[in-house]
Design a protein around this ligand. Structure first.
Ligand SMILES: *Cc1c(COP(=O)(O)O)cnc(C)c1O
Length: 408
């Protein structure tokens, strides 16, 4: 008899985007002429840059020749991409990595979900709140989350991020084995300074804590005093695994490519106290369960490191960041409290008069025909906020902001 992995049955359905769609559809049914603008989308909208297109076309042509055909590639990624990553994303920031520490993947979601396979099921987990849902759900699936009491998992420490702590959580006052951090942050759009990140690294070294650091939005950082990588902090290679993605950087949400860094210095203890490096374990895991990202996607990713590629990516990010600036200034101008949006494509907006996230969502939909994402959908500490994304078309952003201004 096959028995189900009943941890999957514990997963609460992620109703957030389904609930939003339901409410938007109900509005459209009663207001068929309304032109609804969505500032809720989490997907990019700008097309792929020309350097990427050229690289992909070339790779496709190669694949059609006997000499240029590429079948299974190395599970860890092609050397040309791993070397470009080290040379362009890390060396200029003073971080030296070996190619064997970089694992190319099909996007950061897979690895942020899969990485927890490397540690025992009975580790305790700390997550920033609000949060990207993958971190918690992947731990529920393997049975690490404990029991759900009033919407919170007993073996998960929720570390609230709010105005009081500038959206950087307090270091837990009790034992936690694994910590998930994401900066620049989705959903709050806020960043962490080097000094604050150093506190986390020092804490992890002192207390033997493993950090999973999601840097999916690092290319949105506009000021190089803000860390792009946790490895800019001394000692971080001993305690942190870092995730990168080309999805929000270069419009790769449909192309699929990213990478994970597992430093060789990083070791984790076994029950008998022996320490083992995670790098060979992750390599073994990938070789067993993953057959590599397509050659075409990896050539596409490589192309964004060329001078033209870099310039074109800067333009795309500049487009989204200008959207963010327009929205941020307009909303601040009418007295709203707006966080994020300076080094990330997200604005985290406090609802006026202490409205709940959902109530403000509905008011904005009915009064301005603009869709946002209720902050509470990302975790309990998101209550009283909404998230706006700057991934839309410029004209839509401007129109949406005009309507919100008129309404408020
Ligand atoms: C979009 C996103 C990712 C990356 O997703 P991909 O699988 O690379 O497309 C990772 N982490 C966060 C927080 C994100 O918002």
């Amino acid at each position: 008899m096959a028995l189900i992995n009943d941890h999957f049955l514990k997963l609460t359905k992620n109703y957030l985007f389904a609930d939003i769609a339901k409410k938007v559809n109900a509005f459209k049914a009663t207001h068929p002429k309304a032109n609804v603008i969505s500032l809720g989308i989490g997907d990019v909208t700008r097309p792929l840059p020309p350097a990427v297109l050229e690289a992909m076309h070339k790779a496709v042509d190669e694949m059609g020749t006997v000499e240029g055909f590429h079948g299974y590639g190395p599970e860890q990624g092609y050397a040309f991409l791993r070397e470009a990553i080290i040379k362009h994303d890390f060396l200029p920031r003073g971080v030296k990595l070996d190619a064997t520490e970089v694992f190319v993947n099909d996007g950061a979601k897979s690895d942020t979900g899969n990485i927890q396979e490397l540690v025992r099921w009975d580790n305790s987990v700390g997550v920033a709140d609000p949060i990207y849902p993958v971190y918690i759900d992947s731990n529920i699936m393997i049975g690490r989350a404990g029991v759900n009491v009033d919407g919170r998992w007993s073996n998960i420490t929720y570390m609230p991020c709010n105005e009081q702590n500038n959206f950087v959580p307090q270091i837990p006052d009790h034992k936690v084995d694994i910590i998930y951090l994401c900066y620049p942050n989705n959903p709050t759009g806020t960043v962490i300074t080097k000094e604050e990140l150093k506190k986390w690294v020092d804490y992890a070294i002192k207390n033997d804590v493993l950090i999973f650091y999601d840097a999916a939005y690092e290319s949105y950082i506009q000021d190089d005093s803000i860390p792009h990588s946790i490895y800019e902090i001394r000692g971080a290679k001993k305690v942190a695994i870092e995730f990168h993605s080309y999805s929000k950087t270069a419009g790769f949400t449909g192309v699929r490519c990213g990478y994970t860094v597992v430093p060789k210095e990083l070791t984790v203890s076994a029950l008998d106290g022996t320490r083992y490096p995670l790098n060979p374990l992750w390599e073994r895991r990938q070789c067993t369960k993953f057959n590599g990202t397509s050659y075409i996607s990896q050539r596409a990713a490589e192309s964004i490191y060329s001078p033209e590629g870099k310039q074109q990516v800067r333009e795309i990010i500049g487009y989204y960041m200008t959207n963010a600036k327009i929205m941020r200034e307009a909303l601040t101008g009418i007295g709203m409290k707006v966080y994020g949006g300076e080094h990330a494509p997200y604005l985290w907006v406090k609802t006026p008069n202490g409205e709940t996230s959902w109530r403000f969502f509905e008011q904005m939909l009915y009064s301005a025909q603009v869709v946002c994402t209720p902050g509470v959908g990302f975790g309990p500490a998101g209550e009283g906020y909404i998230r706006l994304t700057s991934f839309g078309e410029r004209a839509n952003c401007e129109e949406a902001i005009d309507r919100i201004k008129k309404w408020l």
